[in-house]
Design a protein around this ligand. Structure first.
Ligand SMILES: NC(=O)C1=CN([C@@H]2O[C@H](COP(=O)(O)OP(=O)(O)OC[C@H]3O[C@@H](n4cnc5c(N)ncnc54)[C@H](O)[C@@H]3O)[C@@H](O)[C@H]2O)[C@@H](O)CC1
Ligand SMILES: [K+]
Length: 502
């Protein structure tokens, strides 16, 4: 962002003009969210840099719009332009304070302490001021990002403002999408200020891109509409190898996710003793019973299963580590493969990188953070930056790596990363991952049958799964989104998007 900003200034855009333009847009958003006189007293936090400069321009406009404005400026020295705005705002009679106390009873706080220029931990009186404010209940709007967050990693540097709204300027800051920032960001919005595309490309063009998964992108890759002339095997044949006596439900949930994907044919391989249960629950799947171990896991696949006859294979949900032999067999096959849960634990034991480097076919790994650490032990720099870790994992193995967390990130071998910006804590529930594995695998099997690119369907699956959960939580609260319900909402939520897409 600062490189892009530098190009605008070099091209002749006056710094003050850009700040004015940006801050006017912020001001408009603030008064739309908190109109006068519903809100009367606004406290504005002003830092020493241009984030503080933005805040002062907003403060000036709020003053003229009739609000009572109070300013907290803990550091009197700062950048020149910020200082000039400060002088003018003070000349209008707006009161400046170097303590937070006078602002504590304001109806609203606008936070312009630090933006992307934060370079070290916040400490001392400023940290205390932020902590006192966080203990209050009035709403907070942060300019660019909540002061105290690292722009890229979202890590809290010392302490950070807990915002209700974050008005991010110009381009999305990666830190806002990192899990560790979520408790601070509130609702994030982008404030556009007409950055020329050429400048964005000149700065970001040759770097590994990071994208947000939007509904438009996700829907564009759905295998819809189906061609008129087709048959079941042309719509994908998925083999899901899953379940054990210990984890029967995982197999069913994987099956329900796959079923919702619309895959043409679904074959499910489970331990022999699960076959009657699965056949009863999933009438449309072909259920194959496998010889089982004494512990009730799949011992090996029966001779009747020819792996090469499937478009894609999903393996791992509810398998237990006793089913490890079967994971080795599918890893050795030349079929596109989706590995989850114990499939991932087995892979970690086999050696993630050497094993995957031998595979030629497409591989998708779907770890949660615990599994991810087992597969890819973190190096020190990465402990705070999971996006970087996911990128490295994918580049090292050639696999697509879906790191399931509050804001799921997908790493691709070409270095690109896709983040799902919209989700719900309702998904923090046993079984929701099994549904996602089934859904992803079913979509991938269809893409393979249709000979369309497989990779984007991973984004589609993550987005679709999250939207189903959001919709289910709206209907039933966040407590009502059990995995079976989630699988039912997958198909309930889709028409509203595909219809508006037509
Ligand atoms: N992106 C853009 O092109 C634009 C950015 N603008 C604003 O400018 C901001 C960036 O401005 P700056 O680069 O001046 O940076 P900031 O305003 O984020 O802060 C930098 C200042 O804070 C001090 N500082 C850093 N860490 C500190 C700490 N822990 N304790 C005490 N002081 C500390 C630095 O010495 C420096 O004076 C953006 O976040 C945005 O709000 C807008 O004004 C205009 C357009
Ligand atoms: K800020």
């Amino acid at each position: 962002m600062s490189a892009i900003e530098g190009r605008l200034f070099a091209a002749g855009m006056p710094v003050a003009a850009l700040m004015e333009k940006v801050a006017q847009a912020i001001f408009k958003r603030v008064i739309a969210l908190y109109p006068h006189p519903r809100v009367r007293r606004i406290g504005v936090l002003v830092g020493p840099g241009h984030n503080g400069g933005d805040a002062l321009v907003v403060a000036r406009e709020l003053h003229f719009a009739g609000y009572e404005v109070l300013i907290y400026r803990p550091l009197s020295k700062g950048k020149e332009l910020t200082g000039q705005h400060g002088e003018y705002v003070a000349s209008l009679g707006v009161k400046f304070h170097d303590q937070i106390e006078p602002l504590l009873d304001c109806d609203l706080i606008v936070d312009g302490l630090f933006g992307f220029g934060l370079e070290r931990s916040i400490s001392g009186e400023i940290a205390e001021g932020i902590n006192r404010l966080n203990a209050q209940s009035q709403p907070v709007i942060s300019i660019d990002l909540p002061s105290g967050l690292h722009t890229d990693t979202g890590a809290v540097l010392g302490t950070a403002i807990q915002a209700n709204h974050t008005l991010c300027l110009g381009l999305w800051k990666l830190g806002l999408f990192q899990d560790q920032a979520l408790a601070y960001v509130g609702k994030a919005e982008l404030i556009d200020f007409d950055i020329p595309l050429a400048d964005i490309q000149a700065v970001l063009g040759d770097r590994h891109p990071i994208h947000r998964i939007t509904s438009t992108v996700a829907i564009a890759h759905l295998p819809l509409p189906r061609p008129q002339l087709t048959h079941k095997y042309k719509e994908g044949h998925l083999l899901a190898i899953c379940g054990s006596q210990r984890y029967m439900g995982a197999a069913l949930l994987c099956g329900l996710g796959a079923k919702a994907s619309g895959v043409g044919m679904l074959t499910i391989a489970v331990p022999n003793s699960l076959k009657p249960y699965m056949s009863q629950q999933l009438a449309d799947a072909l259920v194959v019973g496998c010889p089982e171990t004494a512990s009730g896991a799949i011992a090996h696949l029966p001779d009747s299963i020819d792996l090469s006859s499937f478009g894609a294979i999903a393996c791992g949900c509810g398998l237990t580590l006793d089913g490890m032999g079967v994971v080795q067999a599918v890893l050795e096959s030349d079929r596109p493969l989706i590995l989850d849960a114990d499939g991932l634990n087995a892979l970690a034991q086999l050696g993630t990188i050497p094993t995957l480097c031998q595979r030629q076919a497409f591989t998708l790994l779907t770890p949660h953070p615990g599994e991810f650490k087992r597969l890819f032990p973190p190096d020190q720099d990465e402990s705070e930056d999971l996006v970087r870790a996911v990128r490295r994992a994918s580049e090292q193995t050639g696999a697509v790596v879906m790191l399931k967390q509050a804001r799921t990130a997908i790493g691709y071998p070409d270095g690109s990363v896709w983040i799902n910006p919209e989700s719900t804590p309702a998904l923090a529930r046993g079984g929701s991952g099994d549904v996602l594995t089934g859904l992803s695998s079913g979509l991938i099997a269809q893409a393979i049958a249709r000979k369309i690119p497989v990779e984007p369907l991973v984004q589609t699956a993550v987005w679709w799964h999250a939207q189903a959960a959001i919709s289910a939580a709206l209907a039933r609260t966040e407590l009502g989104v059990d995995a079976v319900t989630l699988s039912e909402f997958l198909l309930q939520v889709l028409p509203q998007f595909t219809r508006s897409g037509n």
